[in-house]
Design a protein around this ligand. Structure first.
Ligand SMILES: Nc1ncnc2c1ncn2[C@@H]1O[C@H](COP(=O)(O)OP(=O)(O)OP(=O)(O)O)[C@@H](O)[C@H]1O
Ligand SMILES: [Mg+2]
Length: 236
């Protein structure tokens, strides 16, 4: 699989929301819940704690697509839920992280990883083809990003890029110039659509017409292009 990781540095800019929407723009792409603060997908979507990453890590998949047997459905998106307790999540990634990563890398398609707020990158984050850091263009998040970028660039196999969420005093050009990082896309502040996705209070067709879903669809196209031509992204 090609691995696309979404993460944040501070606050809650919508990593989980965007991961679900982004995965839905690919064909049959799972969301892999690698949030070391503990997963929320099971609770948010009324799913069981299992199957998920814990059962996947303990399994001996007979074929490369074995992840499917451990996925649950969150509004039409296959999700590999992580433990909801921070300690259990950290322990799972410490002991089973390499195995989960290697098994997914051998499968076809794209996986979208929800890495939560990034601390020490787990193996699947390090093995990512693309890591997109979601930030609101406000000073405190940009300063945190500036501190994280050098470590991230050293640790990640693929490319590191930024997605701006909502409005702030800094423009895309400001961020690209001052942090010397490419901005892959911009997402609107669209709480109604984000909350509807979380609470299920709307139809899929209506959600798909929202500003947020349309912006994530455009982001999906940019992610695809970046996966197809990584050198261009690196040079931008
Ligand atoms: N683009 C957006 N515009 C407005 N509200 C959003 C957007 N994305 C997410 N939200 C809302 O912000 C809240 C946090 O979203 P979400 O859980 O996706 O963030 P997160 O970055 O994953 O947070 P955490 O670090 O706690 O996991 C939710 O109430 C969600 O509905
Ligand atoms: Mg989250």
């Amino acid at each position: 699989m090609r691995i696309v990781t979404l993460t944040s540095v501070r606050g809650a800019p919508g990593v989980t929301t965007t991961a679900l929407l982004l995965a839905s723009t690919f064909d049959d792409a799972p969301v892999v819940e690698a949030d070391l603060d503990g997963g929320v997908l099971a609770v948010r979507y009324g799913l069981g704690r299992e199957p998920g990453l814990t059962t996947f890590a303990a399994s001996s998949p007979e074929d490369a697509e074995g992840w499917r047997g451990h996925a649950q459905d969150a509004g039409g998106v296959p999700v590999l839920v992580g433990p909801d307790a921070p300690g259990a999540s950290a322990s799972l990634w410490r002991t089973g992280g390499e195995r989960i990563t290697h098994t997914l890398l051998a499968a076809n398609g794209v996986a979208v990883v929800d890495a939560g707020r990034l601390r020490t990158p787990v193996p699947i984050v390090m093995a990512s083809d693309l890591v997109a850091v979601l930030v609101c263009p406000v000073a405190e998040q940009l300063v945190a990003l500036a501190h994280l970028l050098p470590t991230l660039r050293q640790a990640i196999r693929g490319h590191v890029t930024v997605v701006l969420v909502g409005d702030g005093p800094y423009s895309r050009a400001d961020v690209e110039r001052s942090l010397e990082v490419s901005v892959l896309g911009e997402l609107p502040d669209d709480r109604a659509a984000a909350d509807a996705l979380r609470d299920g209070g709307t139809s899929r067709a209506r959600l798909a017409r929202s500003r947020l879903a349309r912006a994530v669809a455009a982001l999906g196209a940019d992610v695809n292009a970046a996966l197809a031509a990584p050198m261009e992204l690196a040079a931008s």
